[in-house]
Design a protein around this ligand. Structure first.
Ligand code: ADP
Length: 393
């Protein structure tokens, strides 16, 4: 039976789309409409390995992009059975994927107060796609759901409790679909049932997060109320002294929004290196001795190692540490530098296996004598979204 699902990820000025076979995870079609709302709005897609790009009309928005996307899908002859929507924030309400109805749409809108850019764009995508596919089930798959199993000790901040009770201020966690995929994949590699599998999953892309998973359940994660906390990321600062935003506002004479922008878009690898947020560029320049690039990589790996080490406490049944995301999958240097911090705990990587695991191959990268197993697993968030959506078809 046909199990093709349209997977949509609507950002504020982009729509990422794919047709995914919910059983195999294979993408027959994938593409991106970007610069929406601008003069250079464009659409690029890959169908059966062949790439096509074209300009959208001036200032084309989500509606024009989704119309073009549904036409491309129609032309493929594929008859999708459901539409899966990536939704960033599901608050405490959505512990799993939800079939879109008015109540769900209202909740997604309500949670926009916590993720304004993301949830409103997601909502726009859902409403527009419902018009393009009125007869298919539309399903929201939330980035936050996977973390709803965390205990209070992991998600409550040491702030007055009323901020949690009255305003929902707590750790929510993000990248949930990726960490869920990594858990399922690790269980297969370990040949264990998911509910008995314990891992520390490091998703390292432009955004980065580590999640502690004990016996199939997320028990802690590094991203917090927003996707700013935790690790050093491409342009986000991660952890720092919480008094700094206020201090910087006064010192630099900037508004809260400007400081927010500085912490989200001008910090992280880019801020430290004063060069780039792209790990590839940093590795190339570090090789040539660029001091900023060297320091950015050093701080990135040290912070990551500290997080992984702290999650050893949260995962007494740990089976494996897993790297994923653009950096986690491809950078043998980042993996090696990070895991070297665990040498005194008996963790040793196999140099050749670490190199071989790059570029989509994955696999175990530890030597046979290592005290812990370390895997590389290429993530596939779209597959999780497709699989969840297909259950409603
Ligand atoms: P996003 O979070 O936007 O999905 P990705 O998961 O694609 O991002 O990860 C992007 C990051 O992966 C970039 O920093 C990029 O430099 C890094 N990356 C991709 N390929 C390599 C590589 N071969 N070596 C090192 N870093 C890489």
């Amino acid at each position: 039976m046909n199990k093709d699902v349209v997977v949509l990820n609507c950002g504020s000025s982009s729509v990422k789309f794919a047709i995914i076979d919910a059983v195999t995870g294979k993408a027959g079609l994938s593409g991106l409409a970007e610069s929406l709302g601008n003069a250079d709005a464009s659409l690029t897609y890959k169908l059966n390995g062949e790439k096509t790009s074209f300009s959208l009309t001036d200032n084309a928005g989500h509606t024009e992009a989704l119309n073009a996307i549904s036409k491309i899908i129609e032309d493929t002859g594929v008859k999708p059975i459901a539409v899966g929507h990536r939704v960033v924030h599901g608050g405490e309400k959505f512990k799993e994927a939800a079939l879109v109805n008015n109540e769900v749409l209202t909740a997604v809108e309500d949670y926009a107060s916590m993720a304004p850019l993301h949830n409103l764009a997601n909502l726009k995508g859902i409403v527009t796609a419902q018009k393009a596919y009125p007869n298919l089930p539309h399903v929201c798959v939330f980035d936050t759901s996977f973390f709803q199993s965390m205990p209070q000790k992991a998600y409550i901040y040491a702030l007055p409790m009323r901020l949690y009770k009255e305003h929902g201020i707590r750790r929510y966690g993000f990248h949930g679909t990726s960490h869920k995929f990594i858990l399922d994949s690790a269980a297969k590699l370990l040949d264990k049932p998911v509910e008995e599998t314990s891992i520390i999953s490091a998703h390292l892309g432009n955004g980065c997060s580590v999640t502690a998973i004990e016996k199939g359940k997320a028990v802690d994660t590094s991203l917090g109320f927003t996707p700013l906390e935790g690790l050093v990321m491409g342009t986000r600062c991660g952890d720092m002294d919480p008094s700094l935003p206020g201090t910087l506002q006064k010192k630099l004479g900037k508004t809260a929004d400007e400081i927010n922008d500085l912490l989200n878009k001008q910090s992280g690898l880019l801020g430290i290196s004063e060069l780039s947020n792209d790990c590839r560029t940093l590795e190339e320049e570090a090789e040539k001795g660029h001091e900023g690039a060297l320091l950015a990589i050093e701080i990135f790996c040290y912070r990551l190692a500290k997080y992984i080490a702290s999650y050893l406490i949260a995962t007494p049944s740990l089976d494996a540490i897993v790297f994923t995301g653009g950096i986690g999958e491809n950078s043998s240097l980042i993996r090696e530098t990070t895991m070297n911090y665990f040498a005194h705990l008996g963790v040793t990587l196999d140099e050749q296996k670490n190199l071989d695991a790059r570029f989509g191959k994955g696999g175990e990268i530890t030597s046979s004598s290592s005290s812990k197993t370390v895997f590389v697993v290429p993530t596939n968030e779209e597959w999780v979204i497709a699989a969840e959506a297909a259950t409603f078809a």
